[in-house]
Design a protein around this ligand. Structure first.
Ligand SMILES: NC(=O)c1ccc[n+]([C@@H]2O[C@H](COP(=O)([O-])OP(=O)(O)OC[C@H]3O[C@@H](n4cnc5c(N)ncnc54)[C@H](OP(=O)(O)O)[C@@H]3O)[C@@H](O)[C@H]2O)c1
Length: 289
């Protein structure tokens, strides 16, 4: 059992912190910018809450963050009253935010300067994966730090892998998002075509999902796509944030991502249709408008 702090009780962080408490059996102290969510979490799981990230991190062996983007992450870590001003020597900061590789390297350096460890640990598996404690976690950092952090991360994960030095977890998450972007557009075009061709989409997917076209997106999203339901899941706004991180990294490393770039533009059209918070499978709505 360890002393754990968790910063950011959003759609993902709230259940992840819950698994650290219930499944991991750790002592969990939480912080959330909107205090009501922290109060609700403590009422549901026990544990305790603090008024700043620094206070929550005080005395913790492991400090988790799961906030929005690079700037939010800087605010709760190296900013005023951020976790780094409260963390003790030897503590490990584990960041579950989907952010840039650059900010991960920045935080690894800031942690090292304080005698602390750092792991960038973005996740995949969505809200359901977080609620069921079966996320895939892509980590970057030093092997020794990872070996200490992994048994704790296991409380909310099904798969936890060390991909390389600091930033490698975020780079792996970028590969994940590149693969999803093109795939969801292909799935949308397939369903759109099937409807225009007068086929029964339920029957079509039942058959083709068992063959080479099958995917998590197909299995988990075709029913709602077929019904035009998008008010759930992984928000288009978040996907555009992720693709913007991907496209800046590609500009740096010279990778060619023509399909990813165009899908990013398609998502901007979904946003203009009012779909900022719609699930990423709403690329189909753009084809049908
Ligand atoms: N949702 C998914 O399916 C999914 C899947 C994989 C990865 N992710 C990634 O996981 C991260 C969190 O996603 P989410 O869906 O949990 O988001 P969310 O529900 O919007 O929650 C964001 C959390 O971060 C806090 N926060 C944001 N900016 C802050 C700041 N400047 N200072 C302090 N706290 C701040 C929010 O506090 P308040 O409550 O006060 O707003 C909230 O607790 C994102 O990087 C996202 O890309 C999400």
């Amino acid at each position: 059992m360890a002393n754990v702090a968790f910063i950011g009780l959003g759609v993902m962080g709230y259940p992840m912190a819950g698994h650290l408490k219930e499944k991991g059996g750790h002592q969990v102290t939480v912080y959330n910018r909107t205090a009501e969510k922290a109060e609700k979490w403590v009422a549901q799981y026990g544990g305790s809450m603090r008024r700043t990230p620094a206070e929550a991190a005080d005395g913790a062996d492991f400090v988790f963050c799961c906030v929005g983007n690079d700037d939010d992450l800087r605010a709760v870590t190296t900013g005023e009253n951020g976790v780094l001003s409260g963390m003790k020597k030897g503590a490990i900061l584990i960041d579950n935010t989907t952010a840039s590789a650059e900010v991960a390297r920045e935080l690894a350096e800031a942690c090292a300067a304080k005698g602390c460890g750092f792991i960038d640990a973005p996740v995949s598996g969505g809200q359901a994966g977080a609620e069921n404690g079966v996320l895939t976690v892509m980590c970057g950092g030093e092997e020794e730090t990872f070996a200490k952090a992994k048994p704790v991360i296991d409380a909310y994960a099904r798969m936890v892998g060390l991909m390389g030095p600091a930033g490698s977890g975020q780079l792996t998450k970028m590969v994940n998002q590149i693969c999803i972007a093109g795939l969801v557009q292909g799935l949308s075009e397939g369903i759109h075509f099937g409807k225009k061709a007068g086929l029964d989409i339920e029957k079509v997917i039942d058959v083709i999902s068992k063959g080479a076209a099958g995917s998590w997106q197909m299995e988990s999203r075709y029913k709602t796509m077929n019904k035009g339901e998008y008010d759930f899941g992984f928000a288009v706004d978040w996907m555009r944030k992720d693709l913007s991180i991907v496209l800046s990294e590609a500009r740096r490393n010279g990778a060619n991502l023509p399909v990813t770039a165009v899908v990013d533009q398609f998502y901007s059209e979904v946003q203009a249709m009012g779909g900022k918070r719609w699930d990423t499978s709403s690329l189909l709505a753009r084809l049908e408008k």
